[in-house]
Design a protein. Structure first.
Length: 509
C-alpha cells in the first residue's frame, strides 16, 4: 500500500465520507448475497440437476467457509492492512460470483459458494474495522455507523426484492453476476479514497494453532446446526459435530490465554460491554433469520405471492430499519447511554414479532404484517446501530479487525442457530397440528387447507420462541452494557489504555 494510503493518527481523514460510500457498498453486496441466492435456488437446482439432498450445500458451503474463517480474516486485516484486505476480498468475491453464475454442474456451484464465503470472511471484518479506525469523533461515528447499521439490517430484505426481479425477469445466474459491478466499483473507490491511520496494524506473528482451532471449531458448530435442521438434533453426526465444536473451541480459549500473540486477544471479548453486545446481537439474529425464512414461505406458499411481490412485502421492515438506524439511533447515540437504545430497540422488535404470532391463512397484510414488520424494523435498526459502533469502540487499533470479526461471527452463528432451531420448532408444531386435524378433513380441498393451516401453526409457534429470544436480547443489553453515553470528542483509538473501556460513554453490539 502506498504511503498516501496511510494517514497520521488523530487527524481526521478528508476522504472519510467518500470512503464510507464504498465500504457501505461492499457491505450491501455481502448482505444482499445472504438472501438473493435463496430466491434463485429452485431455478438453479433445476438447471444444474442438483438433488434435493444436496441443494442445501448451495447455502451450507457459503456458511461454513464464511463462519469458519471470520476470525482468521479479521486477524489478516490487522496484520496485512485493512484496505489491502478489503480490496482483495472484493476482487475475490467478484471472481467467485462469476464462477457461480457460470456454473455448469453442482460441484462448480458448491465450490463457487465456498470461495464466496472465504473471500467474504476477509471482506466483512475489514469493512467494519475500516469504519472503526476511520471515524473516531463520537458524532461522526454515530452517523457513519447509522448508515452501516441500516445497510446491515435492511440489505437482506432488499436482497429478496432484487433476487425476485432477477430470477423472474432475467435468469438465476444474474443473482451471482450482479455482485461483479458492486465489487469492481467498491474496490476501485476504496483503493482511491480509503486511508488507514498510521500505526494501526498488528504485525505480531500469526497464531497458527489459534487459526486451526477456531476455524475447525466454528465450522463444526455451524455445520452441526445446519445438519440438525435437516437430519435431527439426536442424529449421530449432528451430536458429533457439537461435541467436536465444544472441544475445539474450549481448546482455542485455552491456547489464546497462553500464547504471546493470540488470534483473538481475550481482552476483546472479556470486556463487559462488548461481551454483552456480542451475546445480545447473536440472540437478535437468531430471531431475525427465522422470521425472514417463515415470512418468505408464508407469503409465497400460503398467500400465493410471486417472488417480486414477496420482496416488496418486506419493504416496511427495510423502511423501519433505515429509520431506526439513521434517524433514531444516530440522533440519540451521543445523548443517551447505548443500553437505552439497544434494550428498548430489541423490546420494540419483540412487540412487532408478537403481532406476527397472530398470522392465520387469511390474515390481512395491512392489519398485521405491515405494522408487525415496521415495528420489528424500527426496533432492530435502533438497536443494531449502537451495537455495531460499540463492538469496535475502545479496542486497540491493532485489534480492530478481530473485534469486527467477532461481530460477524456472532451474526453468522446466530443465523445458523436460528435457522436450525426455529425450523425444528416449526416442523414439529406443523406435524402435530396436521396429525390432530387431518382426520376431520373430508375431500382433497379440505386436506390441503389443513396442511396450510398446519404450516401457519408451525410458523407462529416458532415466532413465539423468537419473541422470547428478542426479549432476552433486550434484557441482556440493559443488564450487561453499562457504558455511559459517548461524549462529543474523539474515541480512544490507540495506546495501551484503550483496549478495554470506552471513553465515558459507550455502545454495544
Amino acid at each position: 500500500m502506498s504511503e498516501a494510503a496511510v494517514k497520521a493518527p488523530g487527524v481526521p481523514d478528508a476522504n472519510r465520507w467518500k470512503a464510507l460510500v464504498f465500504i457501505a457498498l461492499a457491505q450491501l453486496m455481502v448482505v444482499l448475497d445472504s438472501t438473493i441466492v435463496n430466491i434463485a435456488l429452485p431455478s438453479a437446482q433445476q438447471d444444474l440437476g442438483i438433488s434435493d439432498g444436496n441443494r442445501q450445500w448451495v447455502v451450507t458451503a457459503y456458511a461454513l467457509a464464511f463462519g469458519g474463517l471470520l476470525l482468521f480474516g479479521g486477524r489478516i486485516a490487522d496484520l496485512w492492512g485493512r484496505k489491502r484486505t478489503f480490496v482483495v476480498g472484493l476482487i475475490g468475491f467478484a471472481l467467485a460470483s462469476a464462477l457461480g453464475g457460470a456454473a455448469t454442474n453442482e460441484a462448480m456451484m458448491f465450490g463457487a459458494r465456498a470461495l464466496q464465503g472465504a473471500f467474504g470472511a476477509l471482506l466483512a471484518p475489514a469493512a467494519l474495522s475500516l469504519l472503526a479506525v476511520t471515524f473516531t469523533d463520537a458524532k461522526e461515528r454515530a452517523k457513519a455507523f447509522g448508515i452501516y447499521g441500516a445497510i446491515a439490517g435492511g440489505g437482506a430484505a432488499v436482497g429478496l426484492i432484487l433476487g425476485g426481479f432477477l430470477t423472474e425477469y432475467l435468469d438465476w445466474r444474474w443473482t451471482f453476476f450482479v455482485n461483479i459491478p458492486f465489487a469492481v466499483v467498491a474496490a476501485a473507490g476504496a483503493w482511491l479514497v480509503v486511508h488507514e491511520p498510521a500505526g494501526s496494524r498488528n504485525r505480531s506473528t500469526l497464531d497458527v494453532p489459534g487459526v486451526i482451532l477456531s476455524t475447525l471449531g466454528l465450522v463444526a458448530l455451524v455445520y452441526g446446526f445446519t445438519r440438525a435442521e435437516s437430519e435431527g438434533w439426536s442424529e449421530a453426526t449432528t451430536v458429533g459435530m457439537f461435541v467436536a465444536a465444544a472441544v475445539l473451541l474450549i481448546a482455542f480459549v485455552l491456547v489464546e490465554s497462553k500464547v504471546k500473540a493470540p488470534l483473538l486477544p481475550l481482552r476483546v471479548v472479556a470486556d463487559r460491554n462488548r461481551g454483552g453486545i456480542y451475546l445480545s446481537l447473536g440472540l437478535a439474529i437468531i430471531g431475525m433469520f427465522g422470521l425472514f425464512l417463515f415470512l418468505t414461505y408464508y407469503l409465497q406458499i400460503v398467500k400465493g405471492y410471486s417472488p417480486v411481490k414477496t420482496g416488496f412485502a418486506f419493504m416496511p421492515m427495510v423502511v423501519g430499519m433505515i429509520t431506526g438506524s439513521t434517524q433514531i439511533g444516530t440522533r440519540l447515540m451521543t445523548r443517551v447511554a447505548p443500553r437505552f437504545l439497544m434494550g428498548p430497540g430489541f423490546l420494540v422488535g419483540a412487540v412487532g414479532m408478537l403481532l406476527l404470532t397472530q398470522l392465520e391463512t387469511d390474515t390481512s397484510y395491512a392489519a398485521v404484517l405491515l405494522p408487525g414488520m415496521l415495528l420489528l424494523g424500527l426496533g432492530m435498526g435502533t438497536a443494531f446501530m449502537p451495537a455495531m459502533s460499540m463492538a469496535t469502540q475502545g479496542v486497540r487499533p491493532q485489534d480492530a479487525g478481530v473485534a469486527s470479526a467477532m461481530v460477524n461471527t456472532s451474526q453468522q452463528v446466530g443465523g445458523a442457530i436460528g435457522t436450525a432451531l426455529l425450523n425444528t420448532i416449526a416442523a414439529s408444531a406443523t406435524t402435530t397440528y396436521v396429525a390432530d386435524h387431518i382426520g376431520g378433513a373430508s375431500g382433497r380441498a379440505q386436506q390441503q387447507l389443513v396442511q396450510l393451516q398446519g404450516q401457519v401453526q408451525g410458523y407462529t409457534s416458532a415466532i413465539w420462541f423468537a419473541v422470547g429470544i428478542l426479549v432476552a436480547a433486550g434484557v441482556i443489553a440493559l443488564t450487561f452494557v453499562n457504558a455511559g453515553r459517548p461524549g462529543g470528542g474523539a474515541v480512544a483509538s490507540s495506546g495501551e489504555g484503550a483496549e478495554d473501556e470506552l471513553p465515558v460513554p459507550v455502545i454495544a453490539h
